[in-house]
Design a protein. Sequence first.
Length: 302
Amino acid sequence: MAEITQRDGSWSYEDGRIRIVPGAKAHPVRQVLGEVVVPLTAVAGITFERDRKGGRLRLRLRDGACPVVRAAEGRLPEGADPYRLVVESGREDLAEYVVAEVRQALLLEQIPEGPVERFLLPGPALPVSGGGGDGTAAFDGREVRLTWNWKGKETKTSAGPTTLALADLTGVSWVPAQGLENGHLRFLTRSGGGKTVAPEHDPHALDLWGLSKKEHTAVLVAAAVLVALAARGEPERTPGALDRAEAPAQLPLPSAPAPQAASADDPDALLRRLRELGELHRDGVLTDEEFSLAKQAVLRRL
């Protein structure tokens, strides 16, 4: 097993799974999300970026594999990224070892880097809640409940909390506050909801102000809803997609099927894999180092 434990959290790799556990002082998004177990089939790559204070481990997932990444669309701050680990000075070699083990497994199992056709991670545990600004959102797998605080506009608070059944939802959008621009967590419904109404007046949306790190936890509610929509087998829509094309973005995403890995108990399959690696090396697809690592891994399994 390859493992590294830091104040920021811990990563370990064993038997085709990367286990990620947040540290005690990690960003609220990582704390609420909790432990994440990433199957190797969901991984597109892994890197270690050195700096003067140590470095950062980064796990790159295949497009569409993680609902949190899908909901965030690249907008999460670095500290909230569950697939990033701060590595302290003096632990760089251990981080490099984790990278080498995962890369070797990806090469050996021939995991493609392309998008996947369904989520490969389960998303946040239910029930999940998050948000801030003018209220909070909670999702239990059956319905979303938006509860307003004293900062909410009367157009929202006068009617009390908003409850939206999963069956009525068609999409969700999360945008964090940036600079002087407020963000939002908005839910789309079959009736159209208030997608043209400003989030501060839309009873189907939270208005996010960026005053606290905890506001980013609203992305986990969005991710959980995306998982539920995908399980329901219907198209998922976001306000941005409708504004640009007036057509829903489809879930799941298209991808090519992943090749089947050789069985550890099948010597013939492993010998065939050795021959394939040799051909890839002769053709220049694999470097000398990559070929050596992959060959050693196969020989150990033999």
